[in-house]
Ligand binder design. Structure first.
Ligand SMILES: C[S@@+](CC[C@H](N)C(=O)[O-])C[C@H]1O[C@@H](n2cnc3c(N)ncnc32)[C@H](O)[C@@H]1O
Length: 456
């Protein structure tokens, strides 16, 4: 075969793959400084530490990753990312829902929300036309020594491997990792399908790899201790080098597991941690462009890596934000397509009461008096029922939203128990604005803005 005669995959539509540049949705930028509250609290924030520039801060995007990656390339991220992990739809021909029981005084209903679809009109061409330009973009975003881990399963991994061979080159393939798990098994005229495939490709030969270890088996340990094979077979105190099949991390199966965020297809933290620890350094930038519940971001927080995350589903970005806020992560930004935001003050009523506390300080009580989500009517006087969490910007500039306080539910239940007011003490100024952002059960955002006037 001559140069240019590379083996590659062709399908109807390959030549017409889309670019995201024709749809530039208007965005709202949010900076989140995690300070979670679950009950009414008097809060005195250090306003000076706010307003850091989003550059260099961990970033998340609510939107189509094709458009987001183009935006990142335009903003200078080409050849800049050390590690990309993606867990895209698998061509599983399923729709994925999150179900929640909402229960108020006179109201009880199970609400099912579509998180994402993985149906592709049952046509593999549609799937390939989706993933191909995105993998090309990821190639451009990776550094010369960067790695990509693509998490799939038996449905489509063999096709995507050929695309990766074409985009990266067959020589850039490092491992096919088999992630084995257990769990309920249905009937079927086949062996139970209990593994996923994670394809690891690198851009260049000098990629990062930190070996990972597993405990020795009892037999090896005994042989090591008795030194049957002599001195040169000393056991490594870290354990044995990990193979390319991983059976020591299970799926998140228990509905009551602490890690379980009720996000369909959520992957275990331990899996993300292993990949990040193996293929990145502490100063690395890690990206996940199908980030779901934010497992990659949470693992990066734990391991001290910088991160970029993107998801098309507002429920995914909300799940990730709440997860990071709850664990008091470093500040992060969210760029949200404005289509998810209700027009100012629609369906929401905020009451504020201001008390002068000496010359320099005022105390403000911020109270959500009414809240009606876009997609459901709230029964009676239950504004809390459909709120996932809410946030306050204590000095809203009329443009970006700086989240100073976040009020979260204390339990996983959607009931009336969510706290609806907080007290804050802030420096007295002639007049300024407070903004409240409410995230509801569907991932829609409602914003309200209130003018505060001190008596100075
Ligand atoms: C398998 S889930 C990822 C789960 C994730 N690894 C976790 O641990 O929670 C796939 C995600 O890809 C998102 N997605 C699908 N198409 C997308 C697109 N074009 N841009 C961004 N995200 C997309 C879906 O909304 C879904 O959250």
């Amino acid at each position: 075969m001559g140069a240019g005669d590379k083996i590659n995959l062709s399908w109807p539509g390959k030549e017409s793959v889309l670019s995201g540049q024709n749809r530039r949705a208007e965005k709202l930028k949010q900076m989140v400084y995690p300070r979670p509250l679950t009950e009414k609290t008097l809060f005195t924030p250090e306003i000076k530490e706010r307003r850091i520039e989003p550059d260099g801060v961990n970033r998340s995007f609510l939107g189509d990753n094709l458009e987001v990656m183009e935006q990142l390339i335009g903003a200078g991220y080409e050849n800049n990312i050390d590690l990309i992990y993606i867990d895209p739809p698998y061509m599983s021909s399923s729709n994925y829902h999150a179900k929640t029981v909402v229960e108020g005084k006179d109201y009880k209903k199970t609400i099912s929300r579509l998180v994402f679809t993985d149906t592709w009109k049952d046509d593999i061409n549609n799937y390939l036309t989706h993933i191909y330009p995105r993998l090309q973009m990821m190639y451009r975003l990776l550094k010369e020594n960067g790695s990509i881990f693509v998490h799939l399963d038996w449905h489509i991994s063999h096709y995507v491997k050929i695309l990766l061979d074409e985009i990266f080159s067959p020589r850039s393939f490092v491992n096919e990792i088999v992630w084995c798990y257990s769990g309920g098994s249905g009937a079927g005229k086949h062996f139970q399908r209990k593994h996923d495939i994670i394809l690891w490709y690198v851009k260049g030969p000098d990629y990062i790899f930190h070996p990972q270890y597993r405990p020795y088996s009892e037999g090896t340990r005994q042989r090591g201790l008795t030194q049957v094979k002599g001195d040169k077979y000393q056991l490594n105190e870290k354990g044995a080098n990990l193979q390319d099949w991983w059976s020591d991390i299970n799926k998140i199966l228990s509905p009551t597991a602490r890690e379980n965020l009720k996000f369909p297809t959520q992957k275990p933290m331990a899996l993300a941690e292993r990949i990040i620890a193996a293929a990145s350094d502490p100063d690395s930038l890690v990206a996940d462009f199908y980030s779901g519940s934010g497992t990659t971001a949470a693992a990066c927080e734990k391991l001290g890596r910088s991160w970029i995350c993107c998801d098309l589903s507002p429920l995914a970005i909300d799940t990730m934000s709440r997860r990071l806020i709850k664990s008091k992560s470093r500040p992060f930004s969210i760029e949200t397509d404005k289509e998810y935001i209700k027009p100012d003050n629609a369906g929401i009523k905020i009451e504020t009461t201001t008390t002068q506390m000496g010359e320099d300080t005022i105390e403000i009580n911020i109270f959500i008096k009414e809240f009606v989500p876009r997609r459901e009517n709230v029964p009676g006087d239950s504004p809390a029922l459909f709120i996932h969490f809410w946030e306050v910007d204590l000095d809203h500039d009329g443009k970006d939203f700086h989240s100073d306080i976040q009020v979260l539910r204390n339990t996983a239940k959607y009931d009336d128990s969510l706290c609806l007011d907080v007290n804050v003490r802030v420096p007295a100024r002639e007049s300024f604005y407070i903004a409240v952002m409410v995230h509801d059960l569907w991932g829609d955002i409602t914003m309200a803005r209130v003018k505060i006037e001190s008596m100075i």
